[in-house]
Design a protein around this ligand. Sequence first.
Ligand SMILES: Nc1nc2c(ncn2[C@@H]2O[C@H](COP(=O)(O)OP(=O)(O)OP(=O)(O)O)[C@@H](O)[C@H]2O)c(=O)[nH]1
Ligand SMILES: [Mg+2]
Length: 364
Amino acid sequence: MGFNCGIVGLPNVGKSTLFNALTATATAQAANYPFCTIEPNVGRVAVPDPRLDKLVAIGKSQREVPTSLEFVDIAGLVRGASRGEGLGNQFLANIREVDAIIHVLRCFEDDDITHVEGGVDPVRDAEIIETELMLADLDSLEKRLPALEKRACNRDAEAMAQIEIMEPILAALRDGRPARTAVPAGAEETVRRLQLMTSKPVLYVCNVDEDSAATGNAFSEKVKAKAAAEGAAVVIVSAAIEAEVSQLENEERREFLEGLGLNDSGLDRVIAAGYKLLGLSTYFTVGPKEARAWTITVGTKAPQAAAVIHNDFERGFIACETIAFDDYVRYNGEAGAKEAGRLRVEGRDYVVQDGDVLLFRFNV
Ligand SMILES: Nc1nc2c(ncn2[C@@H]2O[C@H](COP(=O)(O)OP(=O)(O)OP(=O)(O)O)[C@@H](O)[C@H]2O)c(=O)[nH]1
Ligand SMILES: [Mg+2]
């Protein structure tokens, strides 16, 4: 599925280091050199889900297939990007295409790593990027407006509706507020098609020094305060540690993390937060061959959820046998859940719930 998170921020804040760790590949070069990432790098990452480990054990499946999420490593933006500074236009185009934004903020001091703004100040950095994105959004809306207004003069209903949606967004942008704060209720889909960068959901990732990975530091506290005011989520990671963790196998990894006082890898937290940011939810299928996780958007009905596996499942949808994850575990699998009356047969209006274990009945 086409859901992805773009990794955005100033140059040299650790975006590629994080991306590399996420994808555990060396495709995106990490180097102390602004603009070392020129082409956007795309990577698919397995979504860690402890529930799947339980299902594979109970269902005695041969293998476990997690679902995945796509990340795009985008080159650093600088002040003036909306006016074309530092290859700005090209990078902004990369951001327009993603579904959600992971905004990496430098919260570590290191005199050897150049900071394009001179010193560490993540809130200022966040504002610089946000301002550039707002200016670019404003510019793109203002460019669309004259043609729409012309059509509206001729009583073109579609153009009139479009303008009505755009007006509060334009007002917000002119006022220095991101588009996401002014989306009229019910207009989400129309706004999504406008590809405004500041209408996309955003997650702040604070890249802290190694010693602050477990606790955060004074810089990340400031980001937290900003995020809280906006209702945005924050994840604290040390990209440098994550780069090391990504090279380790399971047992080694656990020991390494424990030694640092961490319960889980920051990457897992970034992936989980990205998944949530995109409004995604997971259902499972369990059989002797595999236990597998599938991604849908929250609110998806059973036939469309089935289409994620195969279009025929949607086309010939009859019903889906449904067991909630907790019931599947409590009654030790399908047979037990059925006996306990916890297997439901749901129809085409059923809204699939996160964690549902499903078996589709279909006929084509
Ligand atoms: N000390 C320290 N250095 C880091 C950390 N994260 C990244 N770096 C270093 O900072 C430099 C830049 O990191 P990159 O990941 O390439 O930065 P970027 O944000 O992708 O930069 P551009 O692609 O140029 O925009 C590299 O030398 C990294 O090793 C960190 O957590 N601590
Ligand atoms: Mg980079």
